[in-house]
Write a protein that binds this ligand. Structure first.
Ligand code: P61
Length: 470
């Protein structure tokens, strides 16, 4: 019998490990299958409606679920909770300026707070907002402001099997076609996401943003960047794009942002905090308007919905987030899980992205039509198998076309195994992989779902489903 080998040896390389050690632990709870069956039925087959106490390994999201460092926790004790002019606000402003580089900065309670303000100020009813694939909250706020989102991502982003290294790239012909058809005045701005969440955490290349900038300059258009996972995007540029192998993630991040006019961030992801966000722009006049609206919807401009201690934790989190060793190990862990699944022939989105492994619901359950919510069903079956919680990213998440009322039928019907930062170990990834495999082995007997309750906005959060019996 061959002796057991380390993971590094099995993959023919030297093993690597996380650049931290664990100082505090939180117990996990194992449940029985009977318990999970009851819990999932109570939750209407929607993993968003499960109680976290009924979950074993929680891969619902990487949003606000990361572990803070000892430095961040120490920073929490330095919270200056003054209503106005908190010391932590100035620390955070400095961190954002240093690493993202924009002139004017505003804190928000989280990403969607920033999306609301940007959409409200920069979109006139009837305008188009082109972007590299939709994101749920981003598009919802663009539509609430009277805009129409137009997908201008490259076609490869919609193909889970395409190995394009930068599947988040904007298709410049699609964008130029829109500009020519509608005229630049009918375009509010270009909404660009660094690593495209719904495409599988896929990056945008530096080359693409450079050319996009030139195109937008020719037509007088602005580019606003969703920087929620832009650090991870910078890592992919370092790894894949010629000329960037010897540049640090921090340098690449700055260079990329320089090509844009402003950005917003859900700081709960790359920012390594449990709550928070920000919005930053270069245009002084726009900033004044945003700052004024901030007091209506978020809070005074020196806290914007965040406590002083949370701003301090975020200022430190931003500094830690751009360290090469951190990003490498974070993305390395996601890749480890993805490669295991690929080796076992389980259909996932490739290349493996930054924050999650996405199971391809169409190839997983080819016998289920899309309007029976295959990816939602798969998330439920995984939970039943092992207590692992995943998230649907398919037809339920895509919602309805506001004009026709029909479902959007997205090309990607995915179940997301999202990896929180600095939380789980390689052993957890092994348990997850084995559970996915057992659900895959039982795929032929899986049945679909019908939606029995559908909220008006962002329906996937609170919708309820029932299994369709054979
Ligand atoms: C997530 F199911 N993401 O991925 P907020 N931009 C981007 C995000 O990923 C993002 C926001 C803006 C979440 C939380 C979440 O359909 C969903 O701080 C690229 O959450 O307001 C959030 O930032 C919004 C989960 C949001 C969802 C919407 O898990």
């Amino acid at each position: 019998m061959t002796p057991p080998r380390t993971m590094g040896q099995q993959f023919g390389r030297k093993s690597w490990a996380e650049p931290w050690k664990i100082k505090m632990v939180e117990p996990l709870r194992l449940t029985t299958r009977a318990h999970r069956e009851r819990a999932l039925a109570m939750a209407g087959f929607n993993t968003f409606l499960l109680r976290s106490e009924d979950v074993y390994i929680d891969l619902l999201t990487d949003s606000g679920t990361g572990a803070m460092s000892d430095r961040q926790w120490a920073g929490m004790m330095l919270g200056d909770e003054a209503y106005a002019g908190s010391r932590n606000y100035y620390r955070l402003e400095e961190a954002v300026r240093t690493h993202y580089g924009y002139r004017h900065f505003l804190p928000t309670h989280q990403g969607r707070g920033a999306e609301h303000l940007l959409s409200r100020t920069c979109i006139e009813p009837g305008q188009y907002v082109p972007g590299n694939m939709y994101f749920t909250t981003t598009r919802a706020h663009q539509e609430l402001a009277g805009g129409t989102f137009v997908d201008v991502v490259i076609d490869q982003a919609h193909d889970p099997t395409s190995l394009h290294p930068f599947k988040g790239n904007v298709d410049l012909d699609k964008l130029e076609g829109l500009i020519r058809r509608e005229g630049p005045d009918r375009i509010a701005y270009v909404s660009l996401a660094g690593t495209v969440n719904m495409a599988g955490g896929q990056p945008v290349s530096m080359e693409n943003i450079r050319v996009l900038r030139a195109l937008c300059d020719r037509h007088g258009l602005r580019i606003y960047l969703d920087a929620t996972r832009m650090v991870e995007n910078a890592f992919f540029i370092q790894e894949r794009e010629p000329g960037y192998a010897h540049r640090s993630v921090a340098e690449i991040l700055r260079e990329f942002c320089e090509h844009t006019d402003g950005a917003w961030m859900s700081a709960k992801k790359d920012g390594l905090v449990n709550i928070g966000g920000w919005l930053a722009v270069n245009d002084g006049e726009l900033f004044e308007e945003l700052r004024n609206l901030l007091v209506l919807f978020e809070g005074l401009h020196t806290y914007g919905g965040m406590a002083g201690r949370d701003m301090e934790a975020l200022a430190i989190g931003i500094e830690e987030s751009v360290e090469d060793a951190h990003v490498r190990s974070r993305i390395g862990q996601v890749r480890y899980l993805g490669e295991l699944l690929q080796d076992w022939g389980i259909p996932i989105v490739v290349p493996v992205g930054g924050h999650a492994v996405f199971l391809d619901g169409r190839r997983f359950y080819p016998h289920l039509p899309q309007d029976q919510f295959p990816a939602q069903a798969l998330a439920g079956h995984l939970y039943l198998d092992s207590g692992i919680r995943a998230m649907e990213r398919g037809i339920a998440s895509a919602g309805r076309d506001p004009r026709t009322g029909d479902h959007h039928y997205p090309s990607l019907e995915l179940t997301r195994l999202t990896i929180p930062r600095r939380v789980y170990t390689q052993a957890h990834m092994d348990v997850v992989a084995e559970s996915v495999k057992s659900v895959y082995d039982a795929r032929q007997s899986a049945c679909g779902l019908r939606m029995v309750y559908e909220p008006r906005y962002l329906r996937f959060f609170q919708a309820r489903f029932e299994p369709i019996a054979d």
